[in-house]
Design a protein around this ligand. Structure first.
Ligand code: ZN
Length: 288
């Protein structure tokens, strides 16, 4: 019985991988493999991440204590501040979108269905690494499974922003990933921003697609849904989500003029190398 289950699970995983490949094959640009970057080595092996968020996922447990440390309170406030910025910048229409930060073996995530203006630090939900959360807490965002699977897949990242931003959604609904039409695409860590296949919101199937999609890239479009962006910090994740939205809008406008001339793999590799040395810190380092 157990073997049958394992075999069925392996079949499903193989089918999903085939679906990912099929989606990629339909779109010429992302046929290229993501370029290797420094961060790509840190990803967790697929076999390990497949175990997370599975059997015990979603189980509500009784919290041992409702008291939180100053550090946790600050982290909860930072999640709220990021969600408010995401909302006020127009990246998340209505109550769509959600924000989380890695915390201990799990994460702190925005609650389900609450207006961002109304969220208090106590409303932010801690979801443990096995997918359990306190029965006394608010319900976590319905998308908590793919946040958790993303943290498992990318142990080098500490924060996630997921939005239904307008232009990212339009491309995602047209099943068009963002190719190397502009060098800024490299901000997501590769030579394109991929599109993961559709699966219903809140499902483990979608969580598996997300883990696969962001294996080596910090952002991806989600078919018929939206986008997800990862960062070392909440500020970085939000900034990347904003960049993805801008790139999506620019790409749509370029498409209205015809097919863009894409940058070559070698050119994008050069940009990725330059990005590593970009910023105030890198420049200061070079001066000394
Ligand atoms: Zn969503």
């Amino acid at each position: 019985m157990a073997r049958k289950k394992a075999a069925a699970s392996a079949d499903r995983t193989a089918a999903r991988k085939a679906e990912v490949r099929k989606t990629a094959a339909k779109n010429p640009a992302p046929k290229r493999r993501p370029l290797k970057t420094a961060g790509s080595k840190k990803k967790t092996a697929p076999a390990k991440r497949a175990s997370l968020g599975g059997k015990t996922a979603g189980r509500a447990r009784v919290a041992k204590s409702s008291r939180v440390s100053k550090a946790e309170l600050d982290a909860r406030k930072a999640v709220i501040a990021t969600a408010l910025k995401m909302s006020s910048s127009g990246l998340s229409p209505g109550r769509s979108g959600n924000v989380s930060v890695r915390w201990g073996k799990g994460m702190l995530i925005t609650p389900s269905g609450m207006a961002y203006d109304d969220i208090k630090p106590t409303d932010i939900v801690f979801v443990d690494g096995d997918g359990s959360f306190s029965a006394r807490a608010k319900k976590p965002s319905s998308e908590w499974r793919f946040h958790l699977s993303a943290y498992e897949a990318r142990s080098d990242k500490g924060a996630i922003v997921h939005t239904h931003s307008l232009h990212a959604v339009v491309l995602a609904c047209a099943h068009k990933p963002i190719p190397a039409f502009h060098y800024m695409v490299a901000l997501a860590g590769g030579d394109h921003i991929p599109l993961i296949p559709y699966a219903p919101f809140g499902t483990q199937e979608l969580a598996d697609y997300v883990a696969e999609g962001i294996g080596e890239i910090d952002a991806c479009l989600m078919a018929n849904h939206g986008q997800i962006a990862l960062g070392n910090t909440l500020a970085q994740a939000l900034e990347l989500a904003s960049e993805v939205e801008i790139l999506a809008e620019q790409y749509m406008k370029v498409l209205s003029l015809g097919l863009p001339r894409l940058l070559r793999r070698r050119q994008m590799q050069d940009v990725l190398e330059r990005i590593k040395g970009y910023g105030q810190h890198a420049q200061e380092t070079k001066k000394t």
